[in-house]
Design a protein around this ligand. Structure first.
Ligand code: FAD
Length: 468
């Protein structure tokens, strides 16, 4: 093994939370060790999450846009898909980013120790690597161990026709009929990819709407579009059994009336959520408590119950998003370096990069109603946006929620093409305490989709004059 090393700050896990924390701590003058069990840095996000999924979603978007062109008088014909080249494109994007992290680590003299890390005491992690054990002693530690897909007990585990998001991103083949089990963000993004590549997709979701965290009316345009493209979307339905048969995977469903039905698929993608990796690091040996589900509780400075040990990212709780992990990573590193920082972001935006995209931040209407929070709203339907109509995609909606007391923006949801990019303006507005007049009086370039944010504010103020 590499023997013993000492770190002023050790970071366990090299995902977006971990590498951000490691780099920030190093920039602040700390001697940093970064522990990672996998050969490539970057965690779920870079290797099997955000990035590869977006590379494939880009390809899906081009395919479906080309299909949509036929109604505007331009036809391209059926796409020819070379899976090996498509996979190589996706892997190339991933490798460029993960390779970049190796360079950034070297540049900052962050020592990367490869292997599986487990706590051996309050100031010690033992790392089991290919070439034996390395003992890392530390002054302070940042746990960034991330999460992994939740698995279902009643599903065959040794059948390569049952996959999770990681398997879906491997792009081994394009199944003829595919079931996406779980109508959340990850399931629907993968559904979008496989639908564009030619699979007949069925989605099953336990709740009464897809993307259960988002506002109902914001999800509608997405629902309408995928209803027209996918084979089936079963809401309020649960899967009770998956049986491996020679001709396919026989899936038994149960609707909300308890009525069973079944169907057979070539592949089943299980996307029913993610579980934190907190139980896999023997945190108890350091005195850090981990709850039953594997989450580690932290305070607003990202400190666990043990003051010199911090935790960040998916392992500390929802929402399990890369930009949340990054923000927490910076807070933890700065606090570890002696700065007075704490997590005080007003909001964490969420985006489903489906087609159309669904994005929201701050208060949602569903949440406001459930909690009895007073709000007023400005809603702008994209059917009145010149840019959306020109794009041939006018099904979008931009909705802003305002505090009735001072007209400040307190929430936003957008559905439509590029909603994920558009939500950033609303996030800035909320973070800075902007009000409807600020958004209404800011001149937005015409014609753009960004105008819909301006128009939604004007709808609320009642000052809108010219919609197109
Ligand atoms: P992770 O990225 O999970 O990294 C943890 C790292 O720690 C891993 O590399 C792991 O190997 C390592 N590790 C864990 N335990 C040990 C140990 N004991 N020893 C050594 N190493 C260890 N989020 C977004 O914001 N936008 C998106 O578009 C998006 N798309 C996604 C798409 C998919 C298909 C998936 C699965 C996730 C997506 N996410 C997205 C979520 C995002 O990937 C996670 O929120 C993010 O990666 C969490 O970062 P993290 O640093 O907490 O942990």
């Amino acid at each position: 093994g590499a023997g013993d090393v000492h770190a002023e700050v050790v970071v366990l896990g090299s995902g977006p939370g971990g590498y951000t924390a490691a780099f920030r701590a190093a920039d602040l003058g700390k001697k940093v060790v970064l522990i990672e069990r996998y050969p490539s840095l970057g965690g779920v996000c870079l290797n099997v999450g955000c990035i590869p999924s977006k590379a494939l979603l880009h390809v899906a978007k081009v395919i479906t846009e080309a299909e949509d062109m036929s109604s505007h008088g331009v036809s391209f014909g059926k796409p020819k898909i070379d899976l090996d080249e498509l996979r190589a494109f996706k892997d190339g994007v991933v490798n460029q980013l993960t390779g970049g992290l190796d360079g950034l680590s070297k540049g900052r003299k962050v020592q990367v120790v490869r292997g599986y890390g487990r706590f051996a005491g309050p100031n010690m992690i033992e790392v089991t690597g290919d070439d034996g054990m390395t003992t890392v002693s530390f002054d302070q530690c940042i746990i960034a161990a991330g999460s992994e897909p939740v698995d279902l007990p009643f599903i065959p585990h040794d059948d390569d026709r049952v996959i999770d998001s990681t398997g879906a991103l491997e792009l081994k083949d394009i199944p003829k009929r595919m079931l996406v089990l779980g109508g959340g963000i990850i399931g629907l993004e993968m559904a979008c990819v496989y639908d564009a590549l030619g699979s007949e997709v069925t989605v099953v979701e336990l709740m009464d709407q897809i993307i259960p965290g988002a506002d109902k009316d914001i999800v509608k345009p997405l629902m309408t579009r995928i209803k027209g493209r996918y084979e089936n979307i079963h809401l309020k339905t649960k899967v009770t059994a998956v049986e491996a048969q020679k001709k396919g995977l026989k899936v038994t469903f149960e609707d909300d009336k308890g009525e069973p039905f079944s169907d057979t698929f070539d592949k089943v993608l299980v996307a029913v959520g993610r579980k934190p990796n907190g139980k896999l690091i023997e945190a108890e040996k350091a005195g850090v408590s981990v709850d039953d589900r594997g989450f580690i509780a932290v305070d607003s400075q990202q400190r666990t119950g043990v003051p010199h040990i911090f935790a960040i990212g998916d392992v500390v709780g929802q929402p399990m998003l890369a930009h949340k992990a990054v923000h927490e990573g910076k807070v933890a590193a700065e606090v570890a370096a002696g700065e007075k920082r704490h997590f005080d972001a007003k909001l964490i935006p969420s985006v489903a990069y489906t087609d159309p995209e669904v994005a929201w931040c701050g208060l949602t209407e569903t949440e406001a109603k459930a909690k009895g929070i007073a709000y007023e709203k400005g809603v702008f339907p994209w059917a009145a946006s010149g840019k959306a109509l020109s794009n041939g995609r006018s099904e979008g909606i931009t909705k802003l929620l305002f505090d009735p007391a001072d007209q400040r923006v307190i929430g936003a949801c957008i559905v439509g093409t590029n909603a994920g990019d558009l939500i950033a303006e609303a996030a800035l507005a909320i973070e800075m305490g902007a009000d409807a007049v600020d958004l209404g009086h800011t001149i937005h370039p015409h014609p753009t989709l960004s105008e819909t944010v301006n128009f939604a504010a004007e709808m609320f103020e009642g000052t809108i004059t010219d919609l197109m």
